[in-house]
Structures are given as structure tokens and as C-alpha cells.
Design a protein around this ligand. Structure first.
Ligand SMILES: Nc1nc2c(c(=O)[nH]1)N[C@H]1C(S)=C(S)[C@@H](COP(=O)(O)OP(=O)(O)OC[C@H]3O[C@@H](n4cnc5c(N)ncnc54)[C@H](O)[C@@H]3O)O[C@H]1N2
Ligand code: MOO
Length: 449
């Protein structure tokens, strides 16, 4: 989509930036003076291209875009499909828990002080209400079984022994009510167990089931449609004759799901402006994600289509490398579009910069706690843009990876996180803010199926 030769006519500043990006991807040693200092950030040019949004601000704009759109209606979701969602209604107990007086141990239900005469029958979990006990009587009982009426305690099997006459004796003192879980010990019907906004974890699913729920009321997953642009893309086999494999078709859907989205469609649009127009105007997704076509080449159709449909550009370029041509637009009152650059690592950068905060906010997930780790080696900075650089985490340090150029996935495929490198770069030992990659953080929302 960026036509051959378009860079030749680009302003000198652009080609310098691109050369720097490509060089940074391959060069091991950072540039710096002999004392190991990073060069001071260059003063920022004032040209049109540098009206791009600063990186942190772009993320805030994306989160705000999700907050200010009309609220999505909560949905009722079967427990088996609710993991990673956020509760849109409080989880109020539908029953007392336990819902009946229950034995906490295997042993005997006893009435009054011992020794006790042991009844012939026994009481198992899940069975009908047992006969009441009379004073001086005991009955075999299993953990979780209903306590017979007039039981005063449960004697654990390891603490009781029967004599030759078949009478049961306690080997130690037995307190009144011992090892009986009384009805309502954990909650009464109507008690609030969890508030709105709780992340549905496996433990929440268990609690909901215990409290009588078959479904929970949750914030729906944001519905996302992916539009892959580019005539040069192959879906299988080896690259040939100037055609390359589509790396983003396989990468984006599972990554978007890991960010909490429901990926409703992936469409291949080629470089066909009309097809892109139809796909965008025909979509009812909460978020459309396009790949490629964000730059200014003759086949870069994203900007013209957004203009044609009267979309509002909220972010048009971000001061981040790679990925600076990324964009965010409001296409309808209740729909946004994130335009990811075609270069694969640039697309990942756009995904984490714009799509992640927007999807997280739509899904009502809390923002991850920011964290930073010291770098084991220096990272060369961009003169005036933030850089996102793949790193692996080793102990309490972040190790920068190479092969981090805009067109490369080799670094990020081995990475645990992306380091956020401010303009001017970072020296060894300096703490860099880190963005965890979903497979490394293994959050509950993570689902790569
Ligand atoms: N004159 C200028 N040219 C370019 C600029 C610029 O500022 N001025 N920025 C460059 C940067 S930085 C990027 S990033 C790209 C963004 O371009 P597009 O979003 O228009 O993307 P394309 O031109 O379609 O593709 C760029 C590159 O990526 C390859 N690509 C595209 N889709 C895929 C895919 N699904 N899987 C794998 N690779 C893909 C495509 O073949 C190109 O090689 O623009 C620069 N140009
Ligand atoms: O540097 Mo572009 O922004 O290759 O992604």
C-alpha cells in the first residue's frame, strides 16, 4: 500500500527517522558519549508531521473515547462463558450458605454428653433429611451431610472409639456445636457477595455457582471487526514475486481476544477503497481495527474513507516508534476505528497504544498497575518520540531484545513485555516502564483460543 518510491519524495526528516528506526533494530551498541550518557533529546521540530499526539496522551484519549460513548447494555452470560468479564450487577446471594446445617467432618453426629448409643443407619451428603437424634444417641455422618435435628456436635471419626457394647466414646472434649457448619454461616439470602465491577475469576465462578447462579450479569465483551488491507498479502505458502505473508491476520484475533474482545469477523479487503468503504459503513462492531493503509501512499485508503464518512479523527498519528501513523477515529456515536500501520511491529505498537486502553475501558477492566524495571543495557532513544522496545524479563531486570524494527516480529515473538523508552533513550540501570504482553502476564482475561 505504501507505493514503491514514496519515500523518495518524503521530507528529509521522515527518511532520517525511518533510517534511524531500521538502524536501531539491528545495532547492538547504543549511541552515547564515553561516559555512557545518552544524548540529550533533540529539540522537537514544529512541522506538520509533529502535530502527532504524545504517546501517554494518545492512550488516555483512547480510554476516554470508550468512556464517553453510549453505555452498552449488560448481558446475562452462562457461568461457563463468563471468565474474564466484569460484573455489571452485584452478586447477591440467592440462598443461605450453607443452605442447611451441615457436618464439617466425617464422624458421628451426637446429641448430649457421651457415651452415645450408635444408631444403625448413617447420614450421607446429598440425602434426605435424617431422623432427629435423641439425647445420648449418635449416628454416622459424612462431611457435607445434613445434620439431624437436636444434634449438639459432630465427633470426628479419628476422635471417637466404640467399646465392646457398641457405645461411642469421645477421645477428647467436645464443644457444643463443634464441627457443625450452621446454615447461613457464610451468607444469608440477599447478602451482597461481590460488588459491580468485580472481575469474574475462576473463584468468582465457583462462588456464583455455590450461591445459586446459572448465569451472571456482566459487561459484554466489546465486539471487534478486523479489516486486513493490502493486495500484497498471501494467506499461505512462501512469499514470492513481491508478495508477502499476512502476519497480522493470524496475530490480531487472538491478541484482541486476550484484550477482552469478541472478534466477530476478519475480512480481507485488499487495496480496494470501495470494499473498505462498504466494510466500514456495514459494520456494527464496537471497534473496527484496520491494518495497513494509514500512511500517505496512493493506496493508503484509511484517511480518505474516514473523511468520506465524516468520521471524527481523535488521534491522527502518535509520537511513538514504531507505529507513528496509527490513528483513532469515531466512526459513529457507538463505534470507533483504530487504524494500525501495516508494518507488523508498528501494528503491535498501535494495538497496545490505542486498542488496548479502548477495549479495556469498554470491557470495564481496571488499568494494569504501572510498573518499571531497570534495564540491563542502554536503549537508544528516538530524538523526540517514545519508543516501544521488546524486552525479556530476567529476575528483576528487563533485557532489551534486538530485531525490533517496525517490520520485524522476531523480537516481540520472544518478548515478555515492551519497554517504554522516553525520547532521548535510557541508560543501563534506568527503570523503564513496561507493558506486559498478554502471554507473559497470564491475566484472567487471557484467552488464546
Ligand atoms: N511517505 C511516507 N511513507 C511512509 C511513512 C511516512 O511517514 N511517510 N511512514 C512509514 C511507516 S513508519 C509505516 S509504519 C508505514 C505505515 O504504512 P501503512 O499503514 O500505510 O501500511 P502499508 O503501506 O500498507 O504497509 C507497510 C508495510 O507493512 C507491510 N504489511 C502490511 N500489512 C501487512 C500484514 N497484514 N502482514 C505483514 N506485513 C504487512 C506492507 O507490505 C508494507 O511493507 O508507512 C511507512 N511509509
Ligand atoms: O516506524 Mo513505522 O511507524 O514503521 O511503524
Amino acid at each position: 500500500m505504501t507505493a514503491p518510491g514514496t519515500r523518495a519524495g518524503a521530507p528529509a526528516q521522515d527518511s532520517d527517522d525511518l533510517d534511524l528506526e531500521e538502524a536501531l533494530a539491528l545495532v547492538r551498541e547504543p549511541r552515547g558519549d564515553s561516559a555512557g550518557q545518552m544524548p540529550a533529546p533533540a529539540p522537537e521540530p514544529t512541522g506538520e508531521r509533529h502535530r502527532a499526539t504524545p504517546w501517554h496522551q494518545a492512550r488516555e484519549t483512547a480510554a476516554r473515547a470508550a468512556r464517553t460513548r453510549p453505555r452498552r447494555t449488560p448481558v446475562s452470560v452462562p457461568l461457563g462463558e463468563a471468565l474474564g468479564l466484569v460484573l455489571a450487577a452485584p452478586l447477591d446471594a440467592l440462598t443461605d450458605l450453607p443452605s442447611f446445617d451441615t457436618s464439617a467432618m466425617d464422624g458421628w453426629a451426637v446429641a448430649g454428653p457421651g457415651p452415645w448409643q450408635v444408631r444403625d443407619d448413617g447420614v450421607l451428603a446429598g440425602h434426605a433429611q435424617p431422623e432427629p437424634l435423641t439425647d445420648g444417641e449418635a449416628v454416622r455422618i459424612a462431611t457435607g451431610a445434613r445434620i439431624p435435628a437436636d444434634t449438639t456436635a459432630v465427633l470426628r471419626s479419628e476422635h471417637g472409639r466404640t467399646d465392646t457394647q457398641g457405645r461411642l466414646h469421645a477421645a477428647r472434649d467436645l464443644a457444643h456445636g463443634q464441627d457443625i457448619r450452621p446454615r447461613g454461616q457464610e451468607c444469608r439470602t440477599g447478602d451482597q457477595l461481590l460488588p459491580v465491577g468485580t472481575l469474574v475469576t475462576p473463584a468468582v465462578l465457583g462462588l456464583a455457582a455455590a450461591a445459586g447462579y446459572d448465569t451472571v450479569t456482566a459487561v459484554p465483551r466489546p465486539r471487534v471487526e478486523v479489516l486486513v488491507l493490502g493486495d500484497e498479502l498471501l494467506t499461505d505458502g512462501l512469499p514470492h514475486d513481491g508478495l508477502i505473508r499476512d502476519a497480522l491476520g493470524p496475530l490480531l484475533p487472538p491478541w484482541l481476544r486476550a484484550l477482552g474482545a469478541d472478534v466477530v469477523a476478519v475480512r480481507r479487503i485488499g487495496d480496494d477503497a470501495e470494499a473498505l468503504y462498504r466494510a466500514v459503513t456495514g459494520s456494527d462492531a464496537d471497534l473496527i481495527v484496520t491494518t495497513g493503509g494509514t500512511a500517505a501512499g496512493p493506496r493508503d485508503h484509511v484517511h480518505p474513507i474516514l473523511e468520506r464518512i465524516g468520521a471524527e479523527l481523535l488521534v491522527d498519528g502518535v509520537k511513538v516508534r514504531p507505529g507513528h501513523p496509527m490513528l483513532l477515529a469515531r466512526t459513529k456515536d457507538d463505534q470507533h476505528l483504530v487504524g494500525l500501520p501495516g508494518n507488523p511491529l508498528a501494528a503491535v505498537s498501535g494495538l497496545l497504544t490505542l486498542a488496548e486502553p479502548l477495549l479495556r475501558t469498554l470491557a470495564a477492566h481496571p488499568a494494569p498497575e504501572p510498573y518499571a524495571l531497570p534495564l540491563t543495557e542502554a536503549i537508544q532513544g528516538h530524538p523526540y518520540d517514545t519508543r516501544l522496545v521488546p524486552v525479556v524479563l530476567r529476575g528483576d531486570h528487563a533485557v532489551p531484545l534486538h530485531y525490533n524494527g517496525p517490520a520485524m516480529l522476531r523480537g516481540v515473538a520472544a518478548a515478555d513485555a515492551l519497554a517504554v523508552v522516553p525520547p532521548g533513550g535510557a541508560r543501563p540501570g534506568v527503570e523503564a516502564e513496561l507493558l506486559d504482553l498478554p502471554w507473559a502476564s497470564a491475566g484472567i482475561g487471557v484467552c488464546f483460543t
